[in-house]
Write a protein that binds this ligand. Sequence first.
Ligand SMILES: Cc1cc2nc3c(=O)[nH]c(=O)nc-3n(C[C@H](O)[C@H](O)[C@H](O)COP(=O)(O)OP(=O)(O)OC[C@H]3O[C@@H](n4cnc5c(N)ncnc54)[C@H](O)[C@@H]3O)c2cc1C
Length: 326
Amino acid sequence: MRIVALVEQYNGKLSRTSAEVIACAQQLARNTGKQAVALVAAGETSGLAGKLAAFDLAEVIAVQHEKLAVYNPDELVPALAQAIKSENPYLVVAVDSSLSWDYLPRLSARLEIPMISGATAAHAGGDKPSFARAAWGGRVEMEIGFRGDPPFLVALQVGAWSGDDAARGTTPAPIRTVGVELPAAPGGRRYVGTEESLKGGVDLGAATRIVAVGRGFQAAGNVPVAEALAKVLHAEVGASRPVVDSGWLPRDRQIGSSGQTVEPTLYFAIGVSGAIQHLVGMKTSKCIVAINKDPDAPIFEVARYGIVGDLFEIVPELTKQLQAIL
Ligand SMILES: Cc1cc2nc3c(=O)[nH]c(=O)nc-3n(C[C@H](O)[C@H](O)[C@H](O)COP(=O)(O)OP(=O)(O)OC[C@H]3O[C@@H](n4cnc5c(N)ncnc54)[C@H](O)[C@@H]3O)c2cc1C
């Protein structure tokens, strides 16, 4: 039995979370002595499958049907259900995303298989793997296992696995294209068009450098202090929730359990205390630099570099120094 990395595509482009899903599937395959394969469903799969074949996988399964060219759960769910049923895998690993929140629970119900969402770590110790996930806004961490017989379905929290850990193969993985029967969808949903909900907004998940503004900035009028540093670093500006709730920065800048999940190479947390709800959205950043006047602020526990002091003295000086060398 195999472990299927169910990767997402949108309008013919692989999601940037694909490598994270593959990294988790490979990790579980190694720990359980099973094979990892990738599965992608689309209207046209050749380009997508070719990219996936570069990873160290036993196979790439390409589920292709013209009705899958645009997203519609009434088409995607039966297509995935047919493919997964015939593959009969041990575990299907997917990712939490605004799309999968729509189609994965339907897939779980249709296949009558159990699903764990928001997984942040996997443990393959017992006879079945178990997964960690945060609950109650990140205040507690639960360890959840599956009951019954496989297949099982798990959705990973974005950023919990690093895409950099996905192993590439020495030779391309074989690709198998699979057709599915999609009779008229009973759900009655029809694709009308696409509207970008974040028009003019920012996808912080794709940012490589972020300067995060916390309540320590005290007022909207002080945010330009952070923006000046962000400009020098070519970074995006992010925010903790109180900053957004106070209207100092727009909602699409919020990072944390009720905002965006980010994993930049460089994350400046300035005037941010490090509440668990903020940490779950940024703690996998590669290098965290914290600036806070409280030496006991929890943010220092996840920071690689910490500066204890008044941000209004440190940040302008840092900006000046960086300006001189960058
Ligand atoms: C269900 C739920 C969901 C939530 N979702 C999110 C979320 O998505 N994202 C999020 O961020 N929060 C979220 N929160 C809120 C979270 O619990 C914290 O309240 C919030 O993260 C705190 O933001 P902060 O660190 O900016 O502010 P504070 O906790 O008030 O911290 C301000 C920090 O600034 C420091 N400071 C003050 N002045 C200075 C100065 N002059 N120089 C240097 N340092 C200074 C202080 O020492 C302090 O550490 C959520 C809460 C709940 C209950």
